[in-house]
Design a protein around this ligand. Structure first.
Ligand SMILES: NC(=O)c1ccc[n+]([C@@H]2O[C@H](COP(=O)([O-])OP(=O)(O)OC[C@H]3O[C@@H](n4cnc5c(N)ncnc54)[C@H](O)[C@@H]3O)[C@@H](O)[C@H]2O)c1
Length: 442
């Protein structure tokens, strides 16, 4: 069913949204403070250069589905859903400037006071978490109306790319709706019902931040590709041929693998190979700031874990898992070994349990790494049948490996008074940071 939609901000996002929503059969009122833009749209033309947009807007205007105005009141009183698409620039230091958002929301608040019907306000602009909560506060204070009852706020971030914006609008990876109530969710779903893409519903803060995470990842990918290109060129390798092979690995490279927030990486390969590549680049005077700061980021994450332990002010520490990941006895460059070494150096009384690590069976580089970092390891390692004893001893339990058979016992410890569990591997998604359970980054 077609909807009556107003769009605030007739720039790249707003005018593309307007043209596309009209193409989907909705009627659209575009609002902009810039009269030049509203006049251009009303004459059936596009205020921006974007392939195909002139046609969409002229069709919409000639069918009476699109009009543009400078009047917020007209737009609010004649529509049921508003998309806010105004610019959210940042200062030269990177600070987000939300003045356009708050100006629009204040204008909308005044207009909504004059309206009896329920209205949905959707922030399409890119804003940091907390912005929508502040917007809800503005409208509730100004109008005396209640969010979720008289009006509802949603977050619906935009994923289009300029130059292919219309294609992207109709073919998004998914539609994301962050909101707090069923009524606005159903309305938002019906706006997008003719777009063939999954609709994901989530909490407002996740929807607000997602665009920043997407774009930061895209920026990181560009920087990574460019740094690899510099090294490849130096080696006389065609970087495009190299990356073409690289991206064909959709199991580990271009995949969700390695992306879940957790603890630092370690093991016999990642640190060694990353360091060797960075060393080579340095020797060749190739500047690769992203790659050469990855180890620093990893060390920083180990320090974040250590800081969490220090902040408990407890001394008896039980470490569950010493190897760099579960299911292996490989201790080389294990962040758990480095963490244990630091704690020992600071005088903590620690016990270590790892069912895969048997001191008798360790040899070679694995053994040397452990003995170098924790010379008295044999006094600290707990026998496999003494896990419960270690839990009873510990004031703080650090979970460094996810061993399925230990999860229930650790979850029991979470409920015990005077025990603190610091989880580096997310043993159970249902456990959320609370009094005595602390996730490293959740
Ligand atoms: N451009 C993109 O490719 C893109 C993609 C995804 C998300 N975004 C995000 O979408 C938002 C809009 O970006 P854009 O590129 O369309 O910006 P833009 O600068 O092209 O357009 C913003 C429009 O808002 C208007 N405006 C400002 N204050 C107003 C007010 N009080 N009332 C009505 N109109 C007002 C301006 O006159 C302008 O026409 C930003 O948050 C941006 O980060 C942009």
């Amino acid at each position: 069913m077609s909807k009556r939609i107003s769009i605030f901000g007739a720039g790249y996002v707003g005018s593309v949204s307007g043209g596309c929503l009209a193409k989907l059969g909705h009627s659209v009122v575009l609002v902009d403070i810039d009269k030049v833009k509203t006049d251009i749209i009303n004459s059936g033309k596009s205020p921006i250069i974007e392939p195909g947009l002139d046609d969409l807007l002229s069709n919409g205007v000639s069918k009476g589905l699109i009009e543009a105005t400078q009047s917020t009141e007209y737009a609010i009183l004649n529509t049921d859903i508003s998309f806010v698409c105004v610019g959210t620039p940042c200062t030269k230091h990177g600070c987000l400037d939300l003045s356009n958002i708050y100006a629009v929301v204040n204008q909308i608040a005044k207009a909504i006071s004059k309206k009896k019907d329920y209205h949905v306000i959707t922030i399409r602009s890119t804003v940091l978490p907390g912005t929508i909560d502040a917007c809800i506060g503005i409208i509730e204070k100004e109008t005396g109306k209640k969010n979720g009852v008289d009006f509802s706020f949603c977050s619906n971030p935009e994923f289009l790319r300029e130059g292919t914006a219309i294609h992207d609008y109709f073919n998004p990876p998914y539609t994301l709706i962050g909101n707090n109530d069923e009524k606005s969710l159903e309305i938002m779903k019906s706006v997008y019902q003719d777009i063939e893409a999954p609709i994901y519903n989530t909490e407002i803060k996740i929807a607000e931040i997602l665009k920043y995470i997407n774009n930061s990842f895209h920026a990181l990918k560009v920087a990574f590709g460019n740094e690899v290109g510099l090294i490849a060129k130096d080696l006389g390798i065609d970087s495009h041929k190299l990356i073409e092979i690289f991206i064909k690995d959709t199991k580990l490279n271009i995949s969700p693998y390695y992306l879940k927030s957790g603890f630092a990486f370690g093991g016999s390969c990642l640190p060694k190979d990353l360091k060797a590549l960075c060393y080579y680049a340095k020797a060749q005077n190739i500047n690769i700031p992203v790659l050469s700061h990855v180890m620093a980021s990893n060390n920083n994450h180990i320090n974040a874990g250590i800081d969490m332990i220090l902040s408990t002010n407890k001394k008896k520490i039980g470490i569950v898992g010493l190897s760099f990941k579960s299911g292996t006895d490989d201790l080389r460059e294990s962040p758990m070994v480095l963490m244990a070494e630091t704690l020992l150096g600071k005088g903590f009384d620690i016990r270590i349990y790892d069912k895969n690590v048997s001191l008798a069976r360790l040899h070679g580089a694995n053994k040397s790494f452990l003995e170098f970092h924790i010379p008295h390891i044999s006094k600290l390692i707990v026998d496999t049948d003494k896990f419960d004893e270690m839990i009873n001893f510990s004031e703080v339990i650090i979970v460094g490996n996810k061993e399925p058979d230990l999860v229930e016992r650790i979850k029991k410890a979470v409920k015990e008074e005077n025990k603190i569990v610091i989880d580096l591997v997310r043993i159970d998604p249902l456990l959320v940071t609370n009094n005595n359970y602390h996730g490293i980054c959740w």
